[in-house]
Design a binder for this molecule. Structure first.
Ligand SMILES: [Zn+2]
Length: 160
């Protein structure tokens, strides 16, 4: 197997009354993200990027939101399943680059914790994970604080 690249994008609507989980880390905020699972747009974008690199479709195909087993699912568990597929293809993480688009809350203080958690889930070290957090300059649904989005690019390399 040669090096493989994949891209993932995800967006979830902001709602009251749910915990905000991004990159597998609980973020202190008065709102969370709506979704069949815990709504972790960061882990979902990474799942899709890995699945894309593997040529295995997307997260919706693997874990359909019509399937009650995945209601309220911990996205860390979903990513763990995707990592097993990656290992089954004799590939491992080269590096991951993630951008979170969120008008609020400020994510800078969580950057290190999120990178560490993503690295742990992917079975790699934190130096392989780059995380950028941006606002949307007040524009569109993200800028109005109605949604949070994440984009991820991963490079998979042959497992040693
Ligand atoms: Zn999602």
């Amino acid at each position: 197997m040669q090096n493989r690249i994949g891209h993932g994008h995800d967006i979830h609507r902001i709602v009251d009354g749910r915990p905000l989980i991004l990159g597998g880390v609980k973020i202190d905020a008065p709102f969370g993200l709506l979704g069949h699972s815990d709504g972790d747009a960061v882990l979902h974008s990474i799942c899709d990027a890995i699945l894309g690199a593997l040529g295995r479709g997307d997260i919706g195909k693997l874990f359909p939101d019509t399937d009650e087993r995945y209601r309220g699912a911990d996205s860390a568990d979903l990513l763990t399943r995707v990592v097993e597929l990656m290992k089954g293809a004799s590939l491992c993480i080269g590096n991951v680059d993630v951008t979170i688009s969120a008008e609020r809350p400020r994510l800078g203080p969580y950057r290190q914790a999120i990178c560490a958690r993503i690295a742990e889930l992917l079975g790699t070290n934190a130096a392989a994970i780059n995380l950028k957090a941006k606002t949307n300059e007040g524009l569109d649904a993200i800028g109005r604080g109605e949604a949070i989005a994440a984009t991820a690019v991963v490079l998979l390399v042959p497992a040693a």
